[in-house]
Design a binder for this molecule. Structure first.
Ligand code: TRP
Length: 371
């Protein structure tokens, strides 16, 4: 694979980008699964041509709960890039960004922390849910709630138009929009009744970016369909799973249906998967119809068809991944991270400078040199 040389990027080029920008990211906590694919990654791959895309490795966020596992976080960061590239993210078109090497993000986090209220942060439904479900109780770090403010900075550092994310991220995006409006009102003189889409035209530093929610908001995990697909619940089909493993996991889906002639519910867990992964819509309609009527169609048969469809999706990913699993693969990934991060710093520094100008903090212009 050809890796861009960071030294070929010049600030003036970046300031005249014509394509609108996208920013999104993942916290490196482990391998990506099908839930990530239908929730966001699929969209990212598809939008690479039309948009100037920035994909952020939120490795600082991984430290909010795993500060004692820095070696794991480093490896997970590398592995998630392998997943991205396998999925079809092209580092020659899109920019891969390492959060901890973008100083502007850390600085902007402070600015936005001043604009959001304590209750905005602590009442963020996704954060509340995480505090409840991750067993963090009263022992979570100060940095844990802070990540939500950091996420506003991750996004706004790139002044994107769109943020392709899964449903669970919507409260974070809403917070980010709030921070952007507040900044523009306070420091750029924009009236509070201005329409979101008018902010850039009225002289705002930050656009008010929109979330782009995936095709499937919530993919269930394999099992009875009650839980969403998640690595920690052990019910995930990973993008890197081998063919046989996919079939084995699909077989774990349970519907409670007893026989091929029993009328079934065409909205049950099995059909959530059918709708997500069988691409021929006429075939999906036919399966639903026969299932509903109990027209001699067994769950086992559907599972087999499903496994074939999923393996068809994953096969090209396996092939692309093989390139990075060879010796030296990790070094290649690190080169890609470095090259993207160098490019990303140009944009983020430009944003930071604009923000500082608006805040009357422009006592000089700094540049970040990346080597
Ligand atoms: N919080 C996101 C997640 O856990 C990851 C993330 C960090 C992110 N920064 C972002 C997503 C900026 C979109 C935009 O999945």
């Amino acid at each position: 694979m050809h890796i861009r040389n960071p030294s070929t990027y010049h600030p003036p080029l970046m300031t005249t980008t014509v394509k609108p920008r996208i920013l999104t990211g993942d916290t490196p906590t482990g391998r990506l699964h099908l839930g990530h694919w239908v929730g966001s990654v699929e969209r990212r791959v598809a939008l690479q041509d039309k948009y100037d895309c920035y994909f952020l490795l939120a490795n600082m966020h991984a430290f909010t709960t795993r500060a004692d596992k820095s070696a794991d976080i480093r490896q997970d960061t590398i592995e998630i890039v392998k997943d991205w590239l396998a999925a079809g993210i092209d580092p020659n078109r899109s920019t891969i960004v390492l959060q901890t090497e973008i100083p502007a993000i850390a600085e902007l986090t402070w600015f936005f922390a001043m604009l959001l209220s304590f209750n905005d942060v602590m009442g963020n439904p996704t954060l509340v849910h995480e505090l409840e479900t991750k067993g963090l109780a009263d022992k979570y770090s100060f940095g844990f709630p802070m990540y939500t403010v950091g996420q506003c900075a991750d996004i706004l550092a790139f002044r994107p138009e769109l943020i392709p994310v899964g449903e669970d991220q919507e409260p974070h995006i809403e917070m980010c929009r709030k921070a952007a409006r507040k900044f523009n009102q306070l420091f750029c003189g924009i009236k509070s009744d201005a329409k979101d889409e008018d902010y850039p035209r009225l002289g705002g530093v930050f656009p008010i970016p929109r979330a782009l929610i995936g095709r499937i908001g919530r993919l269930p995990g394999v099992g009875d369909g009650k839980q969403k697909m998640s690595k920690s619940l052990g019910n995930a089909i990973f993008l890197s799973d081998p063919e046989k493993e996919v079939q084995k996991k699909i077989n774990k889906i349970t519907t409670g249906r007893q026989s091929p002639t029993e009328p079934g519910d065409p909205n049950n867990i099995l059909f959530k998967f059918v709708e997500a992964f069988i691409t021929d819509s006429a075939r999906v309609a036919e399966l639903k119809d026969r299932y509903q009527r109990g027209d001699n169609i067994g769950d086992g048969h559907i599972k087999q068809e499903l496994a074939v469809a999923i393996n068809t999706l994953l096969e090209p990913m396996r092939a692309r991944r093989a390139e990075f699993e060879k010796p030296g693969g990790d070094d290649l990934i690190i080169d890609i991270i470095r090259s993207g991060t160098a490019r990303a710093n140009v944009v983020a520094e430009e944003t930071l400078h604009m923000a500082k100008q608006a805040m009357k903090l422009d006592f000089g212009k700094r540049s970040v040199r990346w080597t």
